[in-house]
Design a binder for this molecule. Structure first.
Ligand code: PLP
Length: 399
């Protein structure tokens, strides 16, 4: 029974944690080695296997940390500019500031809500060093165009792939494309989780090496290797380490990796489950005054379906977005807004003198956008309740 609306409580997202994750975490707790060690390495190796193409992986404690490390490894610093979409989570731009560099914001495309490659050239200056495309909701950016512009202008590309596991672009998984690095998030509501966590994927061994040093205090070898491997080979005493830079504390614990190892095995099943729900939403909402998310147009494309973000179409309904969210809430249905654009946050707006009118597409998208519940463990009655409520609320507020 789905219960009465007042009893119902469907979250916007809920992680799917199985017995295997629980058992593995308990095994780690009992093992005596809790921080970065064999589980983190196993997780990195399975992740690299999944991506293929000779990709090297580095596990970290968040995607924010991973983006920071990747930019640091590329030498981004004071005086440099990095292009980011204005329609993203604050972390995409914050990491640029961590390094003393300046984020330069560009508007997005109307259909995918991804960075508009057509706006890149005019945002590039002699100081520009990198571009950070964000694959909104798990639908890939137009990477060929972005990478071509980057190459022509001698810029790095670091993908914010927080939504993009497993996303395919022209048949290839995001993380194995021709950018300099891609960074995934395992935050609790992402397509897989380790509670908190992230993964850097790169084909460049120098970037991987620098990220691995900087994620753990700037030390040249991880503690596990120091205590176990060198001890066994007797090459150096186990207490020996060398600091080569003032590093960060961004390493992933074995406790988190224990969850990740099992979540990763289910990543394609999770995606299929979310895609099936997204398809049902598409069919059920086709006649409503909603702009539905952009979908793949061929077998080479794969949407990760991290989010199902609809937009109220102002031409066809007078229902304001905030009221829509309240009405969903009244029926026990959670939702979220992705994203509050950077120009509406005091820090970004004031520090970088952002003007709403410079970002017309992001501004319009934000006014109507709502992310509906979409997660692999959604139950049948939950899916039906979301569909029924969205249909009811939109139906009552048509123009
Ligand atoms: C979640 C998210 C991040 C940050 O991920 P963390 O793992 O929480 O640091 C970065 N960018 C985007 C687009 C995100 O959605």
């Amino acid at each position: 029974m789905s219960g009465t609306p007042s009893q119902r409580n469907i979250p916007f997202s809920r992680p799917e944690i199985g017995q295997a994750e629980i058992d593995e975490v308990i095994a780690v707790l009992r093992s005596g080695w809790l921080t970065t060690g064999p589980k983190a390495r196993e997780f990195e190796a399975s992740f690299a296997d999944l991506l293929g193409g000779g990709v090297i992986t580095a596990a970290v404690n968040s995607a924010t940390a991973g983006l920071h490390l990747a930019l640091e490894a590329l030498g981004i610093g004071p005086g440099d500019e990095v292009i980011v979409p204005v329609y993203t989570f604050t972390a995409t731009a914050a990491v640029v500031c961590y390094l003393g560099a300046t984020p330069v914001f560009v508007d997005i495309e109307e259909d995918s809500l991804n960075l508009d490659p057509g706006l890149l050239e005019r945002a590039i200056t002699p100081r520009t060093k990198a571009i950070i495309p964000v694959h909104f909701a798990g639908f890939a950016c137009r990477m060929d165009e972005i990478i071509a512009i980057a190459r022509k202008n001698n810029l790095f590309v670091v993908e914010d792939a927080a939504h993009a596991l497993p996303t395919r672009y022209k048949g290839r998984l995001v993380g194995s494309l021709d950018s300099d690095a891609a960074v995934f998030s395992f935050y609790a509501n992402k397509t897989m989780t380790t509670g908190e966590g992230g993964m850097i994927a790169t084909r460049n061994p120098d970037i991987a090496k620098r990220c691995k040093i900087m994620r753990l205090h700037g030390i040249d070898q991880a503690a596990f290797e120091r205590y176990y491997e060198r001890y066994r080979t007797q090459e150096k005493p186990p207490w020996f380490y060398q600091v080569v830079a003032p590093g960060f504390k961004y390493n992933m614990t074995d406790l988190a990796a224990a969850i990740g190892i099992h979540q990763l095995k289910k990543i394609n099943d999770f995606r299929s489950a979310r895609e099936a729900i997204a398809q049902r939403y598409m069919a059920a909402f086709a006649d409503l005054p909603l702009i539905l998310p952009k979908t793949c147009d061929g077998p080479d494309c794969q949407h990760a379906w991290h989010l199902y973000a609809v937009r109220l179409d102002g031409e066809r309904t007078s229902l304001p977005r905030d009221r829509f969210i309240d009405l969903l809430r009244a029926d026990g249905i959670g939702s979220s807004v992705h994203f509050i654009p950077m120009f509406l946050h005091p820090f970004w707006r004031e520090t970088f003198s952002l003007k709403t009118e410079d970002f017309p597409v992001a501004d319009k998208a934000f006014q109507g956008v709502v992310s509906l519940p979409l997660f692999s463990a959604m139950k049948e009655d939950e899916i039906e309740a979301v569909i029924a409520t969205v249909r009811k609320v939109c139906g009552e507020h048509g123009k």
